[in-house]
Write a protein that binds this ligand. Structure first.
Ligand code: ATP
Length: 975
């Protein structure tokens, strides 16, 4: 029986005498969530971070100890008392294979010899993290904080792992080495390596792998010979056909552990290490890592009794010079004790993370004097004034900076826990729920899997039904034959996502019938590294400005850059002349992109190296396109061969777009930096580029972190969290932020869902709100004189613009020209407004629809909107010129059923940054005005400022009139 619940009080460990001698025990008061024989049935989460109320047989359970039932006692015996000592009230606890007992009329539970005790099982710990933790908890923390920098051992390690995977899949060794080294050309070039030298280095390591595979081959052949005695046919063996498999992603719903095993041979884990080990036994931390995978494999039905570590450097060592055991492959037996030890380690890590503490190093027994990271550890401790076993050096950061660090650290960790909740949903939600939540594509019909030349697989499946989802081409997904965790599942990449068919690539074949969004911690990892770099490595002058100790300064410029728009002109002067930073506030359609492009051109003409960044790929590509126009470059045949543009003096300007193939727009592909190729040449292309364009997320990548710029221009800056902004501006001496804080704020997953369980020294609630205010907004408020607001808009008819201008921009937003002010549908070829019903002839119209009273959908609004779309089309308008905005995904789906496919229907968030000739807003309003569109007036600002020529508002006037802003909106729309 498995028991799971929330710790309801303090825990004490004591020693008792039993018939076996002295034993330790801990009695833990727990409010049970649910009891079951099968974990599959344990569907309730009482995660301290999960505020959701959940119905169970035991009554209504809610977060934080408001359970109906009284606490029950769970007794943890012997070694598990170590985990018991980590528990704090509010933490979640899971005990597997517990025994049940009745004591004084009360049901109680206790661990048995087969039990595992899991602290905070919803906290999902990566296997690599456990490996670091066993080395030293502080090392784990330091790695998490700064990320892994670009260095040769790391890239080589990755290459050797890739070649290993290829060999397992039956690829030829030399072919694999050449291809893999070529793929990493850019990274190797930045490290100053040549392809030949790296290939040689990888080859040395690969010898060990080949030798080991050879052994496996013999064993497999022996088995085969025994099975098919007398058969002398040449049974060509390839690893892929045997009981081996390459990289396997394993996710545990019991132990809160996940990771990718390098390989699995006859059901047992094999880990590859590119270092040497001359001892007979594998290193302890390596055993721990293999044991984690063993645990996960057992949960998936395996029975693992060995683990193998392959130290590839051993085979490259000279026997005459080295003493010890040079065999690369070291096998060890996987005892029960080790598996339990691993779970206890994981418990230590999870408990510390859940209570928000920072490791000191005293938790483990590692000796600091032998540690490579000792200096870093001491510096970090010194700068952040943290307790550390290694000691502190250097001067502590000023209190304001430490406070900032702590605040953002907690907020980012809250985001990480939100990602973990997404993992839990992989098994807590059923397929239909996940599909309804846009988290999965289900009911696919598997078509075929085809082996590709390099040993990977191409998977094809047919879509049934018209389901939508968040999934996009280029995304990593969990492709499964029915269940992403319990079934057979592979991490796969979506290569093509057509209306009726999906094409994926994966390391191993799977009969795919379902795709799930793969929750990734990459974003949180990068935010943390950006925070670390900004504070611990950041320039002092930059920090003076960020922390309110110095006003931004400007070099006065006399030049005119944009003659027909004073605000834009001033903005460019500020951007070019800024010593520290400039802020450009651009309301909808006011030429932000144009201004950015002009400013970059001016900087480039001054010989500066510039980073162009934005939150989304779309904005990066838009700005890049505008820049290419400015640089007088046509994107044509010539630029494909040589994507160099000319500057004002006719000199070539190298422009490079860094991003994935699927992320970058088709017409910007010629500028995209291919990472594969000759190392020296790849690195030179990036290093010589005068303008590099990449999303802020990509700015946090290892490759981009090596680049330096004179200036960074960041578009959509109001949608970026502070650490998200740092990721880009850390790379440059000065920065320009461009955005509009009256439009959508940064998206934060953990909003409202975060809660700390303990109230230790840092016992405040993490304020998710810290991430919802952008650096742009904070600086605009703090240094208004460093900013310029653009006021002439080039998009909307005057009547459309009036309300937003008044309500959100103090009436300052004006049409750029008479032409803009007087835009109507008549300007569009083939469209006659007189053919429209009278109410749709105006630039702004309100259509009162009582609605059907449902909360998230409104079929009456949908039906009325479908009629209007037909009326517009009858008057000559293209369906593609119409956009429909709705507050809820459910209403978006409802509307999609009623209108032609060419009409763009989506939520406000997806419309930000785009515009349409006609916009129809479906308010789906009920009496209470609930829903995201109503919670934040900035959303309605975005919705109302998307159209150029006509805006139609559809909703229940009585409901809308209950709110002062909407009431004014109604007044304006009905005028
Ligand atoms: N100074 C100018 N003179 C002439 N046209 C301009 C000027 N500034 C901007 N425009 C034009 O106005 C249109 C909108 O400009 P742009 O795309 O730069 O706006 P934006 O503020 O980036 O828009 P969004 O709010 O969608 O982000 C473009 O067609 C652009 O060429």
């Amino acid at each position: 029986m498995h028991v799971r619940g929330t710790v309801a009080g303090d825990v004490e460990v004591r020693t008792v005498s039993t018939s076996y001698g002295e034993s330790e025990l801990a009695e833990v008061p727990v409010r049970l969530a649910v009891e079951s024989d099968h974990l599959d049935d344990v569907t309730t989460t009482t995660s301290p971070f999960d505020a959701a109320e959940t119905e169970t047989d035991g009554g209504t359970l809610s977060d934080g100890g408001a359970h109906a039932a009284d606490p029950t006692t769970i007794t943890l015996w012997n070694k598990w008392t170590e985990s018991a000592e980590l528990l704090e009230p509010g933490m979640e606890l899971l005990v597997t294979n517990a025994e049940e007992d009745e004591f004084r009329g009360e049901q109680q539970y206790a661990t048995t010899g087969d039990s595992y005790v899991v602290v905070a099982p919803s906290f999902h710990v990566n296997v690599t993290a456990i490996r670091n933790w066993v080395e030293c908890p502080r090392l784990y923390y330091l790695n998490k904080l700064s990320g892994v920098p670009l260095n040769y051992p790391v890239v080589k390690g990755t290459l050797v792992h890739e070649v290993f995977g290829d060999l397992l899949r039956g690829r030829d060794l030399e072919e694999s080495i050449d291809a893999r080294v070529e793929e990493r050309g850019l990274e190797l070039g930045l490290l100053g390596e040549t392809a030949d030298a790296v290939a040689e280095d990888v080859r040395e390591n690969a010898t060990a792998i080949e030798g080991w595979l050879e052994q496996g081959r013999l064993t497999a052949e022996n088995e085969e010979t025994a099975a098919t005695a007398g058969d002398d046919s040449e049974a060509a063996f390839t690893p892929a056909e045997s009981s081996w498999r390459s990289e396997q992603l394993l996710i545990s719903e019991t132990f809160g552990i996940r990771g990718r095993a390098d390989a699995v041979r006859r059901g047992a884990p094999v880990e590859l290490k590119t270092g040497k080990n001359l001892k007979k036994e594998p290193r302890f931390k390596d055993k721990v890592q293999a044991a984690c995978y063993a645990l996960l494999l057992e949960e998936h039905g395996g029975d693992v009794d060995t683990g193998t570590l392959l130290y590839t450097k051993n085979s490259a060592l000279d026997r005459n010079e080295e003493t010890g055991d040079l065999t690369p492959a070291k096998e060890f037996s996987m005892g029960d004790g080790l598996l339990k030890f691993v779970v206890r380690l994981r418990n230590e890590l999870a408990a510390m993370e859940v209570s928000g503490d920072v490791p000191t190093g005293y938790e483990g027994s590692a000796k600091c004097e032998y540690c490579f990271e000792q200096d870093t550890c001491m510096v970090v401790s010194g700068r952040l004034d943290q307790e550390s076993k290694a000691g502190q050096i250097g001067q502590a950061l000023p209190a304001a900076e430490r406070e900032y660090f702590d605040r953002f650290y907690r907020a980012i960790e809250a985001e990480r826990r939100a990602v973990h909740r997404e993992f839990a949903k992989l098994w807590e939600q059923d397929a239909q729920e996940r599909a309804d939540d846009d988290r999965a594509l289900i009911d696919l019909a598997f078509l075929e899997s085809t082996e590709l030349a390099e040993g990977r697989w191409e998977l094809r499946a047919r879509r049934t039904g018209g389901a939508t989802s968040k999934l996009r081409e280029g995304d990593l997904v969990l492709a499964s034959n029915g269940h992403p965790v319990r079934g057979s599942a592979e991490l796969a990449r979506i290569e093509r996502l057509d209306e009726d068919e999906i094409l994926l690539t994966a390391d191993e074949p799977v009969e795919v019938t379902r795709l799930d969004v793969y929750p990734s911690e990459l974003t949180t990892d990068r935010l943390l590294a950006a925070l670390h770099d900004a504070l611990l490595k950041g320039d002092e002058r930059r920090k003076d400005v960020l922390f309110d100790r110095a006003e931004p300064e400007f070099e006065p410029l006399e030049e005119t850059f944009i003659p027909n728009n004073d605000a834009q002109d001033e903005a460019v002067r500020k951007a070019v002349g800024a010593d520290d930073c400039a802020l450009i506030h651009g309301p909808p359609g006011t030429g932000k992109t144009y201004t950015i492009a002009r400013a970059i051109r001016a900087m480039v003409e001054r010989g500066e190296r510039v980073l162009l960044s934005a939150f989304t790929n779309r904005a990066v590509d838009n700005a890049l396109e505008a820049l290419l126009d400015q640089l007088d470059g046509e994107i044509g045949e010539d630029s494909v061969a040589s994507p160099a543009q000319r500057n004002g003096d006719g000199e070539a300007v190298d422009v490079v777009r860094v991003g994935s193939e699927s992320g970058v727009r088709e017409d910007m592909q010629p500028y995209r930096l291919d990472r594969a190729g000759d190392p020296g040449e790849r690195a030179a292309t990036l290093q010589n580029a005068q303008v590099v364009a990449a999303t802020t997320a990509t700015c946090g990548s290892r490759v981009m972190k090596e680049q330096r710029f004179d200036a960074a221009l960041v578009d959509e800056a109001a949608q970026l969290t502070e650490p998200g902004t740092h990721a880009a501006i850390n790379l440059a001496d000065r920065f320009v932020l461009v955005g509009d804080h009256e439009q959508l704020p940064p998206v934060v997953q953990s909003e409202g869902g975060t809660r700390r369980v303990s109230s230790g020294a840092n016992g405040d609630e993490p304020r998710a709100a810290d991430l919802t205010e952008s650096l742009f907004e904070r600086l605009v408020d703090r240094y208004p004189e460093a900013g310029v607001m653009l006021t002439k808009q080039y998009r909307m008819n005057q009547r459309i613009q009036a309300f937003a201008s008044q309500e959100f921009y103090d009436g300052k937003l004006r049409p750029a020209s008479g032409d803009v002010a007087g835009r109507t549908l008549d300007d569009l070829s083939g469209v006659t407004r007189d053919d429209l019903p009278t109410e749709l002839r105006d630039a702004v119209t309100f259509v009162d629809v009582d609605g059907d009273g449902s909360r998230y959908t409104d079929s009456e609004e949908a039906a009325r909107i479908a009629e209007m779309v037909e009326e517009y089309r009858a008057a000559g308008l293209d369906a593609a010129d119409i956009g429909v905005i709705a507050p809820f995904r459910a209403q978006v789906s409802e509307l999609s059923k009623h209108v032609p496919d060419e009409v763009a229907v989506d939520t406000v968030d997806r419309f930000q940054g785009s515009s349409q000739e006609v916009i129809i807003v479906s308010f789906t309003a009920t009496d209470s005005l609930e829903g995201p569109i109503f919670e934040d007036y900035r959303r309605i600002n975005v919705a109302l400022t998307r159209p150029k020529r006509a805006l139609v508002l559809v909703g229940d006037a009585n409901a809308l009139a209950t709110d002062p802003v909407y009431s004014r909106m109604l007044e304006w729309a009905r005028r």
